[in-house]
Design a binder for this molecule. Structure first.
Ligand code: NAD
Length: 428
């Protein structure tokens, strides 16, 4: 895990940046505050099932290669496991485990009837052809087939996988069971049972919770200044939708540069500039600013929507945003949480802020199972209801229990999953 500052890596910093330890720290604090029974805490922190597969795949040049893949189901207490599949050279079982647990809490925070799962294949998609990726995907699917299914475990895209990957998984599963089963994955192409509104869903969910937080703090959304890190799916969609709704997107920070306009960027023009040049750099209707300091601009909403560990103990004190809306997973370390709290920054934690994506995945699964598809307005309206309701619950819970929003979100989630386990009882 690379730190985002130029300071030397110390053991303490390395521990601070470890996502598994960060998730564990929050779990422990929430479990302690809930007074969760020790045995139940043990159940909740342990993944229910882990499968490692070694998949032989013939490469385009005729060579045979063996790839390793994983599927972890952290919990199915509240419904089928739900979670993405990522392709990357450095995927580990530990990482997949941590991400699967994260999905359990995220689905529980927004109260959708799913558990948590995650999968991955150790491979480098940059050096693989589409045919090779298809063969890897199909063989991986065949190997994890006993675990997945609309009522068991429903994969989705994650890092380096996309709609096409989901179409291959869906087809492979369907060939094995002898009928077309679109509900086995979400994030599919629209023509194969995907949902309207899914590509925008995570960014839209971020916009909704940011708007609720602004209202709470008495800031008119129309006069709010927003800084977004990451101009990809989440950040790009949030920027586009928020700019259309009248917010001033004053800065967009990308990996190779950042742009600033005090009056608000023309986001559609910036997106077109990036499409043509591959970068936000050189956009004429804005000032170029240093990407390493843009996060510390004075603003109403800062939305990290790029990657993990960007707000750490090394830089949290420099954040001048009133609201930190976590579009990315794990952008803030536990040590940074304490600094932000002391400085009165209102944090909308990742497991709530970016849950719009999995919420519309749930809608996709519902539509596939019904064979009846909703129009985009209905998708957006139902997403709005779920995000607003659960934002309110998290914030109320935080106030009632005297904890920050993140711990409140974890407490709510743990409580919901623990309650389901207690109701079901332990099968033996
Ligand atoms: P993406 O690849 O579409 O976009 C990420 C963008 O961030 C890219 O444009 C990249 O160039 C930029 N970036 C990378 N490192 C950066 C840095 N250090 N500074 C500035 N910009 C940087 O990915 P995405 O799907 O938008 O996901 C972003 C984050 O949101 C991830 O943490 C992901 O796990 C999380 N997330 C995504 C979804 C979803 O539906 N896509 C749902 C929930 C959470």
């Amino acid at each position: 895990m690379e730190p985002t500052t130029n300071i030397p890596i110390t053991d303490a910093l390395e521990r601070e940046l470890n996502p598994w330890l960060a998730a564990e720290a929050r779990f422990d604090e929430a479990a302690n505050r809930l007074g969760l029974d020790e045995g139940l805490a043990k159940v909740l922190r342990t993944p229910a099932k882990e499968l490692t597969v070694h998949i032989p795949v013939q490469l385009d040049d005729g060579r045979l290669e063996v790839f390793t893949g994983y599927r972890v189901q952290h919990s199915i207490a509240r419904g089928p496991a739900k979670g993405g599949v990522r392709y990357a050279p450095d995927v580990t079982l530990d990482e997949v485990r941590a991400l699967a647990a994260w999905m359990t809490w995220k689905c529980a925070v927004v109260n959708i009837p799913f558990g948590g799962g995650k999968g991955g294949v150790v491979c480098d998609p940059r050096v693989l052809s589409d045919f090779e990726l298809e063969r890897i995907t199909r063989r991986y699917t065949a190997e994890i087939l006993p675990l997945i299914g609309p009522e068991r475990d429903v994969p989705a895209p994650d890092m380096n996988t996309n709609e096409q990957t989901m179409a291959w998984i869906m087809d492979t599963y369907s060939m094995h069971v002898g009928r077309t089963v679109t509900a086995v994955v979400t994030g599919k192409p629209l023509d194969l049972g995907g949902s309207r509104g899914r590509p925008e869903a995570t960014g839209r969910g971020c916009m909704i919770v940011a708007r609720e937080a602004l209202r709470m703090l008495g800031v008119e959304p129309a006069s709010a200044r927003v800084v977004i890190q990451g101009f990809g799916n989440v950040g790009g969609m949030a920027a586009r939708l928020m700019s259309r709704a009248g917010y001033k997107i004053v800065s967009i920070i990308e990996v190779d540069g950042a742009v600033f306009n005090a009056n608000g960027l023309d986001v559609a023009a910036l997106a077109e500039h990036r499409r043509q040049t591959g970068s936000v750099v050189g956009f004429s209707a804005a000032e170029a600013i240093d990407p390493s300091t843009a996060m510390f601009l004075d603003c109403d909403v800062l939305m990290p929507a790029a990657r993990e560990n960007v707000v750490t103990s090394e830089n949290a004190a420099r954040i001048r945003a009133r609201i930190l809306c976590e579009g990315a997973n794990g952008p803030t370390t536990p040590a940074a949480d304490r600094i932000l709290a002391a400085n009165g920054v209102f944090v909308i934690p990742d497991i709530l802020a970016n849950a719009g994506g999995v919420t519309v995945s749930y809608f996709e699964w519902v539509q596939d199972r019904q064979g009846f598809f909703w129009n985009e307005d209905l998708v957006n309206q139902r997403l709005e209801e779920i995000m607003v309701e659960n934002f309110g619950r998290v914030v109320d819970y935080a106030a009632r229990h005297g904890v920050d929003n993140r711990i409140a979100a974890y407490m709510l989630a743990l409580d919901r999953v623990a309650f389901a386990i207690k109701l079901r009882g332990i099968y033996a």
